[in-house]
Design a protein around this ligand. Structure first.
Ligand code: ADP
Length: 357
């Protein structure tokens, strides 16, 4: 069929696709010091996939801990470099794979920078979201003679275990249901679905999403660090020769801050938020751990986040986690616990996992 011809023509892409199937990859990224920061870095050394963290100890003697991942990006890594290592995964969506990319780390460690970009973004500092869609448009255009693609996006937020639409004006006031439908990949069928054909379309939509989210923030003070936001890209390709339809779906998730909250110090709304975040991040860890152990039962149902990502974790899906750390020494406690969580995730081979859907 035309689809196979495309793959044949691009042997390298095909091999990369095979290589990534059913696996979880973990990339660690270290944020640079921000202007005005000057404490010594907790990062002792970076050597390909290994990162060594220097931990101060009370007796004055330093401790060292090394963690291993598929890749470690140091503070000077550019958005270009980061994207280059993400591209093969993203491209496989056009071949009908489900992909999930998420950004994990404490608030301020650079999750939004990686996924979207900084506030005053230039072309150079655009994050994975923009680059991913730009790349999909480009590749779809190249395949135009053999396959016709339809690309549409949804943008939702999960806040206090409630799913909300970020692409409509009053979206934060309406709760949406998650209904797993592995046949067409629409897990939140009632969220706005918008067809996109250019990077400009995507820019506009992201602005709408960010604006809608900011409205919630005035009432609840920096809502974005306490909610998960998810850009879902639905791709449908029709093979012009055989008429076969390929469906792929990609979730790009900016997770809520992973910092532990001292329960003795917060109450009310803030405590509720912390408990929900805790619950969903640990549910994510449990799902991945249980896939790793090939358990018959995978506890997807334990949080909205894992329900949403169900089709993109395990089986043939490809998952990439960007784990972010801050270099400051006063963040070392969070840094170590972030890296421990990530290491638990990274040893995983999902290919043979039995799924309980
Ligand atoms: P988070 O989403 O984890 O809360 P942000 O992405 O908002 O963190 O990053 C916190 C601050 O650090 C922002 O001002 C951001 O622009 C900056 N920053 C993060 N990562 C980088 C980086 N790799 N290079 C330059 N600045 C960065």
């Amino acid at each position: 069929s035309g689809y196979h011809k495309v793959l044949e023509e691009n042997r390298k892409l095909y091999n990369q696709v095979q290589d990534l199937k059913g696996s979880i990859r973990v990339y660690c990224r270290v944020r640079p010091f921000l202007p005005g920061q000057s404490s010594p870095s907790t990062v002792g050394s970076i050597d390909e996939g290994n990162i060594t963290i220097v931990t101060p100890s009370k007796s004055g003697k330093e401790g060292r801990k090394t963690f291993s991942f598929n890749k470690v990006f140091g503070p000077s890594a550019t958005q270009d470099e980061v994207f280059l290592d993400t591209q093969p995964l993203i491209r496989s969506v056009l071949d009908g794979y489900n992909v999930c990319i998420f950004a994990y780390g404490q608030t301020g460690s650079g999750k939004t920078y990686t996924m979207s970009g900084p506030k005053n973004m230039t072309e150079q500092t655009q994050g994975v979201n923009y680059r991913a869609l730009g790349d999909l448009f480009k590749l779809a255009e190249q395949r135009k003679g053999t396959l016709i693609y339809d690309i549409a996006v949804q943008m939702i937020e999960i806040y206090n275990e409630q799913v909300r639409d970020l692409l409509v004006n009053d979206g934060l006031n309406k709760r949406l249901e998650i209904r797993n439908n592995s046949q067409n990949g629409f897990n939140v069928p009632d969220a706005s679905l918008v067809r996109v054909a250019s990077t400009m379309d995507v820019m506009e939509l992201m602005n709408v999403g960010q604006k809608n989210r900011a409205v919630g923030a005035t009432a609840l003070n920096d809502r974005s660090s306490r909610s998960h936001s998810c850009l879902t890209v639905h791709v449908q390709g029709r093979d012009l020769t055989s008429g076969t339809i390929l469906r792929g779906c990609m979730h790009l998730v900016d997770l809520a801050g992973s910092e532990r909250v001292d329960k003795s110090e917060v109450t009310g709304e803030r405590l509720k938020e912390a408990q929900h975040i805790n619950k969903s991040l640990s549910a994510l860890g449990d799902v991945i751990a249980s896939l790793a152990q090939k358990n018959a039962h995978v506890p997807y149902r334990n949080s909205k986040l894992t329900q949403l990502l169900q089709d993109s974790l395990g089986g043939q899906a490809k998952t990439l986690m960007f784990v972010h750390i801050s270099p400051e020494s006063d963040a070392v406690g969070e840094t170590i616990s972030t890296l421990k969580f990530a290491e638990r995730v990274s040893t995983v081979e999902l290919g043979a996992a039995r799924l309980n859907k």
